[in-house]
Write a protein that binds this ligand. Structure first.
Ligand SMILES: [Zn+2]
Ligand SMILES: [Zn+2]
Length: 340
């Protein structure tokens, strides 16, 4: 089958790879669409990922498809069932997994689908654990279902931040994560939202989705004016070194700051702000199966404008070009889906 494989020179090329046999408990899914995630862009250039060097890796964890083959011991799926998959590598058996703290499972990253070691879905088909597949309802079309994973990331952050309808929410960054987070908040009935974005193109696009946006000029005052008060919740989706210090600066007393943006470098912060305002700084990483199910239901109900988020559909052979386009700060793209 054709797969998009990371080469020695860190480019992506479609290669013919052997179809692996199905172990017990596994199913093979014929991929219809797989979205490209910011983490994929990072892993293409990263020297190492959990589990080793990514050279030879097949990325892709935001996928949808139809069951093509089931192992003899699998009874809950049949050929033709349309599914998405919770792509976590969490084992499901350890103490962390049994208490639903899947992010703490040691096998979460190395065994995560498309995270460098376990082959992902930028391919014609993918083999997954049968118990990680979720059925998608008839009314949810394949392309929209490919947004389940990024929406689940956003919904988990909304849950971690315990965001309520009366909250004043600032979202830092109007890239794909920030935009989907803002849309998830709105779909949950939270209307008082301001996005902070420096890139004029991204800011303009967020306005097209109906959001109020501000830049960095006198940002605290601009956000407070937009929200009619300092933010009680801040979603840090930019992954920029200045974002967390700024969030702490503009936050209302007792605000929750939820960090979703990934940043490798360390950041220095003024801990007196945490004390003085009694801030809660919370990390949100990944999702749980329950939140994955919520994301499917939200997409099926059309509470999130999926068509407006999907800005490109390309074939696997266009993977390299699609990755480059998404890395261009001037891009018009939000989510590109690849299909075999
Ligand atoms: Zn993703
Ligand atoms: Zn585990």
């Amino acid at each position: 089958m054709r797969s998009v494989v990371l080469q020695d020179d860190r480019t992506l090329a479609v290669m013919e790879v052997p179809v692996s046999a199905l172990a017990s408990g596994y199913i093979r899914v014929r991929v219809s669409y797989c979205g490209i995630c910011g983490s994929d862009l990072h892993m293409r250039s990263a020297e190492t990922v959990p589990g080793g060097s990514p050279v030879g890796a097949v990325f892709g964890h935001e996928f949808v498809g139809a069951v093509e083959e089931v192992a003899p011991d699998v009874s809950q799926w049949k050929v033709g069932d349309r599914v998405v998959a919770w792509p976590s590598g969490a084992c499901g058996d350890c103490a962390h997994c049994r208490s639903e703290r899947f992010r703490l499972c040691p096998s979460r990253m190395p065994n995560g689908i498309g995270m460098g070691k376990t082959p992902g879905a930028l391919a014609e088909s993918i083999v997954i654990r049968a118990d990680r597949a979720f059925a998608i309802p008839d009314e949810l079309e394949d392309a929209h279902a490919a947004l389940t994973e990024p929406l689940a990331v956003a919904l988990r952050a909304v849950s971690i931040g315990s965001v309520q309808r009366e909250d004043r929410v600032a979202v830092i960054g109007a890239g794909p994560v920030g935009l989907i987070t803002a849309l998830a908040l709105r779909a949950k009935g939270i209307e008082n939202i301001v996005l902070i974005e420096v890139n004029p193109k991204r800011a303009e696009r967020a306005r097209e989705f109906g959001f109020l946006t501000v830049g960095l000029d006198d940002v605290g005052a601009a956000v407070a004016e937009g929200l009619a008060g300092a933010p009680s919740v801040i979603m840090e989706c930019a992954g920029h070194p200045s974002a967390l210090p700024m969030a702490m600066e503009i936050a209302a007393p007792e605000a929750a700051i939820v960090v979703l943006g990934a940043l490798v470098e360390p950041v220095s912060i003024d801990t007196m702000l945490i004390l003085g305002k009694e801030l809660r700084i919370l990390g949100s990483l990944g999702h749980t199966p329950a939140i994955f199910a919520d994301a499917i239901a939200m997409l099926a109900s059309r509470a999130v404008p999926a068509d407006d988020l999907i800005t490109g559909r390309m074939v696997l052979e266009d993977a390299e070009r699609a990755f480059d386009e998404l890395l261009d700060s001037d891009t018009d793209h939000i989510k590109i889906l690849l299909h075999p």
